[in-house]
Structure formats: structure tokens, C-alpha cells
Design a protein around this ligand. Sequence first.
Ligand code: KIV
Length: 260
Amino acid sequence: MNIKQLKLFKKAAEKITCLTAYDASFAKLFDECGIDVILVGDSLGNVIQGAEDTLSVSMADMIYHTQAVASGINNALLVADMPYQSYTNAEQTLENAQLLMNVGAQMVKFEGGSEHQAAFEILQANDIPVCGHLGLQPQSLVKMGGYKVQGKDALSAQQIMDDALLLESLGVCMIVLECVPADLAKKASQALSIPTIGIGAGVDCDGQVLVSYDMLGINTGHLPRFVKNFIQANNNIQAAVNAFIKAVKDQSFPDDEHSY
Ligand code: KIV
């Protein structure tokens, strides 16, 4: 899998599948099932470290888990999250992105829009592929007032659209849209030539991502409405992952029950 192929998927209206992984064994299993993209998410703060939020995840944590995941993958594209406070200025962003690329990431992801323009620019100038993350940004939970759907009013919807278009113009290769109304995600996906990957953003995104521990029923805490448990109706992890891939590709997931 590569960036060109993901763009071809968008052009051909073939949906892109993505799951999070944090270790080699899960990554290998997802890869063998044929997942398109594997994300080493800073959600590892929640599901691996048992923290309330993602803020305590460090660069050392991301490097350790990215290296582990990379060793399990043959085909999927590997995206690694940049953790909280690891992209506060251009130089720091480049240095940390290089550390993740050096252990096997093929793209780095970080949250936010125009406020990080210098960070996007320096990665573009150094040929490091970037995935944006707009809508609900878990690293800014306090600022955003908690786990809330973003872009519900005209002003904040316009801000998300403006940021998405800016990111594309800055060379970003893909954008995660988290917890935004399905009609806004549809408009953004149509306006962009780069793929959007939705999580709680409706079926019209170019692809879908879920936290693997959520969709496999491992995380038994409070789950957001957009999470579907794929293991309940399937016998084992492989069958659940195959069901997720099939449901994303045939657009039966997410349905209205799992969208806003
Ligand atoms: O950290 C993560 O798992 C993520 C996904 C929720 C997209 O960023």
C-alpha cells in the first residue's frame, strides 16, 4: 500500500480501511486480513496504558510501539501519531517525525489545522508524508469541552472546511475526520482530492478507522456512539476484522446508528 494507491482508491470510490495497532502480533493479523492502513494511534494512552486521555503519551512510547507494529506489517501503510506537545514548532516537528520514520512509519499524523502551518510546511519540505486530524482532537479535549461532536454550527463547520482545504494545499496526503456531522464530512470529502478517513464522520468519507480495542470488544469502558463491536457477531479476531473490512468496503458501516 502506498499514498498513490490510496488516491486511486478515492478516485475509484473504493473505501479505505484502517485500524489502530500497537504491537507486532495485532499488526500482522490485521495486515494478513488485508487492511489498507494501520495507525499506531496515541489512543495507546487509553487502551494500552490505561490513562484517562492521550496527553501522557510520549515520543519514546510512540517510537517503541511504531517499531513493534512495523515489524508485523508486509502490505499495509503504516501511519504513526505524533503525541501531545511533540509538534509545537517546526524544528521539533521535523526532529520527532524523523524519529518515527526511522523506525518504520511511512506517514505521521498530528491534530489541528492552520495553527500548525509551520509544522506542515517543514514536513512537506523534507518529504515526510503527513496525515491531518480535524474535528474532535483528543489532545485538545479541555479546549474542545470534552468528547463532543465538532462542526455542528455554521461557523465551526466552515472552520473545519477551511482547515481541510488549507492542509491539502500544504501537501497533506490524507485527513482523519473525527466526530463531525456526516453531511459536513461528505462535503469535505467531495471538496478534497486527498482521501478523508472518518471516525464518527459518516459513510461518505473515503475510508474508515476504528480503534481496534474498541471494535474487538477489548475496551469495555464507555464507548462513543460511532464504535461498532465486530466480534460479537463473529467467532474470532480474524473474522471480526474481515467483517469490518467488508462492511467498510460495501459501505454498510458506518450506518446512521454509528454516525452523527
Ligand atoms: O489515536 C488514535 O487512535 C486516533 C484515531 C482515533 C483516529 O487518532
